[in-house]
Design a protein around this ligand. Structure first.
Ligand code: CMC
Length: 389
């Protein structure tokens, strides 16, 4: 129709300009605000990275401490939100409950839903950062039917989240520092990834001037899909199936190559990375360390390694430039830390939150921004008359 160009999946369409994240997919480069992901993963905390993404520069010590105090000070949910969790059936998927919870935050924070008032945007940013981990942990706790704990101001962001997820009111929570550090790194690696499916969703919803909670809730829903963030859960389920059915990695890869089977090698392939995913390289090192230190059964890691080796040397994957992505190893790490696979994608969401917020804020600050409204190529019936009887 007219000058409309068809680009399903937006493989070649830029939807915005951005100063936040740079990716060169051919070279495997990822930078937040100019800083290479490798350096941030090694030296920066998740809090610093969140600040960097949202405000554009790394925080000074003073700025970081004020930011952290504000975020942790906002971590408690309105007491009435407990009723929201109660109404979900036991074993609900934490992503469904989390998305509903984020959406509900708009109702509980009606005083700062503006998309233009800077003070309101700032308050909403802090509340969202503070309350999101509490929501995620309560989504998990309610799926188990376990009691909720209150967040504590004198614990770090990640430590608080781990305690809310794994702690019990019966005893003091003993933080495993190594696990907390590993989580911090994983969150840094997930914090932003330019215009991926969930972030584009956040921006598209935001482009209608929907508030930040509504926009981020939409992002959580997009992330839940198995081709996006849901892949970390799908990878573990795939490895479990291979183990339980006594399959070997080679025959599973043959099945994947047979298009008729409809089976994909989950955790492989990426729209942008056509060489390697720099996040997967960093995570792979951690997976080995964590699985060794937790002494967990390494059967799944062995299957994962076999799959990787076979796929990387196979023509099907080489021709299509399919490499392990960030989700290939995270599932194994999360499992070793004691999370059930249904919780994995919520962990991804927690890491991605600063990116969603930063991108939504950047969009709202853009002069002359426009509502997102793609066109289509119509292929349906031409005009026809209603059969009047
Ligand atoms: N297993 C088997 N074949 C694959 C896979 C895979 N994982 N990924 C892509 N292909 C094939 C695909 O069938 C196609 O083959 P052909 O050219 O013969 O039709 C070719 O490779 C190109 O793939 P595509 O589907 O056109 O690529 P895309 O950019 O549209 O999709 C993707 C990217 C990530 C959705 C896809 O690679 C995939 O489904 N991977 C598995 C799910 C996954 O791991 N997702 C996590 C992505 S990274 C983190 C995140 O975003 O959350």
């Amino acid at each position: 129709t007219g000058n409309t160009t068809l680009d399903p999946g937006y493989t070649n369409t830029a939807s915005c300009v951005s100063k936040i994240t740079f990716i060169d997919g051919d070279k495997g480069i990822l930078r937040y605000r100019g800083y290479p992901i490798e350096q941030l993963a090694e030296h920066a905390t998740f809090g610093e990275v969140a600040y960097l993404l949202i405000y554009g520069e790394l925080p000074t010590e003073q700025e970081m401490s004020t930011f952290q105090d504000k975020v942790l000070g906002a971590a408690m949910l309105d007491e009435r939100m407990r009723d929201l969790f109660r109404c979900f059936p036991r074993k609900s998927h934490p992503m469904s409950v989390l998305a509903s919870g984020v959406n509900a935050l708009a109702a509980f924070n009606s005083g700062h839903l503006s998309v233009t008032d800077e003070e309101q945007i700032e308050t909403a940013t802090i509340r969202l950062l503070g309350q999101f981990p509490t929501l995620a942990a309560y989504a998990y706790k309610s799926s188990l039917g376990e009691p909720f704990l209150y967040p504590k101001k004198n614990m770090g962001y990640v430590a608080n989240f781990l305690r809310l997820s794994f702690g019990s009111p019966l005893e003091e929570y003993e933080l495993d520092e190594a696990v907390a550090r590993a989580f911090d790194t994983l969150f840094v690696l997930h914090a932003d990834h330019e215009q991926n499916c969930s972030t584009s969703t956040v921006r598209l919803v935001g482009s209608a001037e929907a508030n930040i909670y509504a926009s981020v809730a939409a992002g959580v829903n997009a992330l839940s899909g198995p081709l996006h963030g849901g892949a970390n859960q799908a990878v573990l389920e795939m490895l479990g199936q291979i183990r339980d059915q006594g399959l070997d990695a080679k025959s599973f890869v043959s099945k994947v190559k047979d298009k008729e089977s409809g089976v994909k090698l989950m955790g492989f392939g990426h729209r942008v990375y056509k060489n390697f995913d720099p996040r997967a390289v960093i995570i792979k090192k951690h997976a080995d360390e964590i699985l060794t230190s937790t002494g967990k059964d390494n059967a799944l890691l062995e299957i994962a390694k076999d799959l990787e080796e076979i796929a990387l040397n196979d023509e099907y994957f080489k021709e299509r430039k399919l490499y392990p992505n960030v989700d290939f190893y995270t599932g194994l790490i999360y499992e070793a830390m004691g999370f059930p696979s249904s919780y994995f994608t919520a962990l991804f969401a927690l890491g991605r939150l600063p990116g969603w917020i930063a991108q939504w804020r950047e969009q709202m600050a853009e002069p002359g921004r426009k509502i997102g409204r793609p066109r289509q190529v119509y292929i349906g019936e031409t005009e026809r008359d209603y059969p009047v009887k």
